[in-house]
Ligand binder design. Structure first.
Ligand SMILES: NC(=O)C1=CN([C@@H]2O[C@H](COP(=O)(O)OP(=O)(O)OC[C@H]3O[C@@H](n4cnc5c(N)ncnc54)[C@H](O)[C@@H]3O)[C@@H](O)[C@H]2O)[C@@H](O)CC1
Ligand SMILES: [K+]
Length: 562
């Protein structure tokens, strides 16, 4: 599924209206109607007055649901048809059930407010009580939004203009539609918008947001103060990038992307902000399947050989987790290069794993000289993963630089290897590698690599990942909820799988092993990184739901679920 920024959405709107000739009023009509359908669906699923015995929609405890664009998949088209049928049903049968509902529609003065006015009209027709609350006097509306206001006036929809602090603003209401600010918003909500948002949140009523929650930065997912907290957000035409990233994803609640007549194919001059990683987009966009098929006549050599330079006396488990994950992700062989002193303590822990002890003066630590042995081992291996549990040690920069420059094969750099890279001047000071290079930082490691604070990294994860990958010619996996994967060619992917229980020690080591394994099986850097984060998240979800609660999930469980 395509992600867009506000600016890109504006260009797409303009192209659709001016170049294709689809009238803006048609788009607004479709948008408002789609939002109304989502309000009705919400009412039916949550109202005690629902009498037709249908099960309320199960809201996922995390993640989001979205309605697929009809062009995305046949399943999506079916959902759209079903949504229309439900409205017909409501016209005929549910009026009584919906009659107790009274929704307050918050109207801003731009086109987002226009969408709210269309929504109100459809809700009233479906039998809901509606009240319009304008943030500013309706005379301030222009263009299509003003035309929608005039229609609402002729229909006699009850309305008032917001007065801060006035008693009774929300009394008798069962829900709120937030149509205050959309993709045309600039900066934190000002004036009446700010106080109305605060009062709406304070009312405790369920809120459904039109396009984006007002106060959200639609590009980055950071929140202005104040920002609407929605139960559901109806993203129009395309998913706005900021809805995928925390804290925006939290403020948006369940996200539903609805088709409003804007073609699914982007205009030629609009690049898009990225793609959501789903099974469908992995297959169609990146040409990889989640099902890893084995050849009938394949042998262990067919699926590649991973070398792992990892582990030190206090952190040998990190290497074992990476190695086992690599084997579970399907590589034919894995060898662990380890400081020799670790061998007696770890031999046989993963029986399928080969070991290659590296001289260490008996201290269980790495040294600059150890790079020679890793380089020698790499002559007969396909991929090197370096970092998990590596530790910091004298000569570390020389060690890593020797591997970085001396290995003409794919390289996965994680954990302490990333910290070594950052301490040695960052990527600006290192030459570009020709072979695939995948970096897998968590936000703290990313901050060190990019010379930023962790908060700065988290403020615009998509933008930073893209610019870093392009600037340094590496494939970047910026971990965290909704992991971002960026390719040196500027393409960006946002993962959709994962589970809060995966926030546990060793989870990243497992991911490193999976990505290295997929590289060894011949996938490109972006294929391996994208499929790797998708599978890692999916395995985490399965491990959590099958046997464990979120809090008790261990990294090893993710490997078992692979
Ligand atoms: N033709 C189109 O372009 C379509 C637009 N659509 C809707 O229109 C929205 C975009 O509409 P607009 O571009 O008119 O913009 P918005 O409706 O998002 O808001 C812009 C208005 O809010 C004011 N404003 C901006 N930032 C503010 C802030 N921080 N505090 C207070 N006021 C602020 C501006 O002065 C402007 O009047 C989309 O999000 C979507 O909901 C849909 O109707 C589909 C078609
Ligand atoms: K909104």
């Amino acid at each position: 599924m395509q992600l867009v920024t506000s600016e890109q959405m504006r260009e797409i709107d303009q192209y659709t209206i001016n170049m294709l000739g689809i009238p803006a009023m048609v788009l607004m009509e479709n948008a408002g109607r789609a939002i109304a359908e989502e309000v009705l669906a919400y009412c039916r699923a949550n109202s005690p007055r629902t009498t037709d015995g249908r099960q309320p929609a199960q809201r996922p405890a995390w993640g989001w649901d979205w309605q697929k664009h009809p062009a995305d998949a046949k399943a999506g088209a079916r959902q759209d048809i079903q949504a229309s049928r439900e409205v017909i049903r409501s016209d005929a049968g549910d009026r009584e059930a919906l009659a107790g509902e009274c929704w307050l529609i918050l109207i801003g003065k731009g086109n987002n407010g226009g969408d709210g006015l269309v929504c109100a009209r459809h809700l009233a027709d479906a039998g809901l009580g509606v009240r319009l609350l304008y943030a500013e006097p309706p005379e301030s509306l222009r263009g299509d939004a003003a035309a929608q206001h005039a229609i609402a006036e002729r229909l006699g929809l009850p309305r008032s203009v917001y007065t801060p602090g006035e008693a009774g603003t929300f009394s008798g209401c069962t829900g709120i539609v937030d149509a205050l600010l959309g993709t045309g918003a600039k900066g934190p909500p000002r004036g009446a918008y700010a106080s109305l948002i605060r009062e709406a949140i304070g009312s405790g009523l369920p809120i459904i947001a039109a396009d984006i929650p007002s106060g959200l930065d639609a590009d980055t997912g950071s929140l202005h103060d104040p920002c609407i907290r929605a139960r559901k957000t109806v993203s129009l035409a395309f998913m706005k990038a900021g809805l995928t990233q925390y804290p925006g994803a939290e403020a948006a609640g369940e996200v539903v992307v609805r088709y409003i007549g804007i073609p699914a194919a982007l205009p030629p001059h609009v690049p898009g902000a990225g793609q959501l990683l789903t099974e469908a987009s992995l297959q169609s966009g990146l040409g990889v399947s989640v099902d890893r098929i084995r050849q009938a006549d394949g042998h262990k050599g067919t699926y590649g050989h991973v070398l792992l330079a990892a582990g030190s006396l206090p952190m040998s488990g990190a290497a074992l987790l990476s190695a086992k994950a690599a084997l579970r992700a399907g590589c034919g062989l894995a060898t662990w290069a380890l400081p020799a002193a670790l061998l007696p303590h770890t031999a046989g822990a993963v029986p399928e794993l080969m070991t290659a002890p590296v001289p260490d003066d008996g201290n269980g630590a790495w040294s600059e000289a150890a790079a020679d042995e890793v380089l020698r081992l790499m002559q007969a291996r396909d991929v090197l993963a370096v970092g998990p549990g590596l530790g910091r040690f004298p000569g570390e920069a020389g060690f890593l630089r020797a591997l970085w420059e001396g290995i003409p094969r794919p390289l996965v750099v994680d954990a302490d290897a990333l910290n070594i890279l950052a301490a040695a001047g960052g990527l600006a000071a290192w030459q570009r590698r020709d072979a695939a290079t995948v970096l897998t930082p968590h936000p703290g490691e990313m901050a060190r690599l990019a010379g930023l604070s962790t908060a700065e990294v988290q403020r615009d994860r998509l933008g930073l990942a893209r610019s870093f990958a392009v600037q340094h010619g590496v494939t970047l996996v910026l971990k965290g909820a909704r992991t971002v994967v960026a390719d040196p060619d500027g393409s960006v992917y946002v993962n959709t799988t994962g589970h809060p229980g995966m926030a546990t020690g060793g989870s990243g080591d497992v991911l490193t092993g999976i990505i290295a394994s997929l590289l060894a099986q011949g996938l490109s850097a972006i294929q391996a990184a994208a499929l790797g984060v998708y599978l890692h998240g999916l395995a985490g979800e399965r491990a959590a739901s099958a046997r464990w609660t979120a809090g008790s999930l261990l990294a090893g469980d993710i490997i078992e679920a692979l």
